[in-house]
Design a protein. Structure first.
Length: 275
């Protein structure tokens, strides 16, 4: 394929890109390695109230094999397909990129990092695909403990609490935190297992566990024992006490509520003993 014969000279020479109007969205591919899962409600909103100007422009890339990948605007792409509408796109020339998915992922992050609808797990997946060092360390560690952070392949071991994972990674306490979750996950298949695992994977709950690990200088072995022995009642008590917290980091800033320590002294033995 001669790209210049097909799309003409670059519209934006500095960005090595073309502006392509009235393109059939059915010919756009999506790379799920960095793309987030589409939200049905957002697609329906575009379908029910399609306005060409509001739909704006999709940002896409041209790979060396001639495939065109949608980088930004997946909800609009899907809505346009349903409606049989064409789309306008800015098409970046990535034909000289040996690994175009990395360049696409980095562009995806630029477009979406500060958007309110961007989830932490979706951003982490894109950062991993873009080969950002912190994301590679987190994903590698998560996989080592038999867990995952990929929203496209969700199962009981999927972690969505990316904020606390990043906090723990920076502090060098990620293995301890993951060992705790892994130990809960490794319990026998009792009817309470899924409920326990669902509770302990919440951001606000893991903020408490992370704080325990930090203030007690807990080892991986300590956290393994905690994960194996923490009871459903312990989890329920902690969840009840911190129930108003949204997992927004306030527990990390303000410390564990005194009532948690008072109600569950066996989880805080080292701290209470001053060890």
């Amino acid at each position: 394929m001669d790209k210049f014969e097909k799309f003409g000279p670059y519209t934006d020479e500095a960005a090595s890109s073309w502006f392509v109007p009235n393109f059939d969205p059915r010919h756009l591919k999506v790379d799920i390695n960095y793309q987030r899962l589409p939200t049905e409600s957002k697609v329906k909103a575009f379908v029910h109230d399609w306005k060409p100007k509001a739909a704006g422009t999709l940002y896409c890339s041209l790979r060396s094999n001639g495939d065109i990948y949608n980088i930004d605007g997946n909800h609009r792409k899907l809505a346009a397909e349903i409606l049989g509408k064409s789309v306008n796109m800015v098409l970046y020339d990535f034909t000289d990129e040996p690994e175009p998915e990395i360049a696409e992922a980095r562009l995806f992050i630029q477009f979406n990092k500060f958007r309110t609808g961007m989830s932490g797990i979706a951003l982490l997946n894109a950062e991993f695909c873009a080969e950002l060092p912190h994301a590679k360390r987190i994903v590698k560690a998560v996989r080592t403990y038999g867990l995952n952070v990929n929203e496209h392949y969700q199962n009981p071991e999927t972690l969505k609490c990316v904020s606390i994972l990043k906090t723990a990674e920076k502090a060098g306490k990620l293995p301890e935190l993951l060992q705790f979750v892994s130990s809960v996950s490794a319990r026998d298949n009792s009817k309470n297992k899924r409920k326990l695992l669902r509770s302990v994977k919440e951001q606000k709950f893991l903020e408490v566990i992370y704080t325990i690990a930090v203030i007690q200088s807990s080892t991986i072995s300590d956290m393994e024992d905690l994960g194996k022995n923490i009871t459903a009642q312990d989890i329920s008590d902690i969840s009840d006490i911190i129930g108003t917290s949204k997992g927004d980091g306030k527990l990390l800033k303000n410390g564990i509520p005194e009532e948690v320590i008072a109600k569950l002294p066996h989880l805080f033995q080292k701290t209470l003993l001053g060890v």
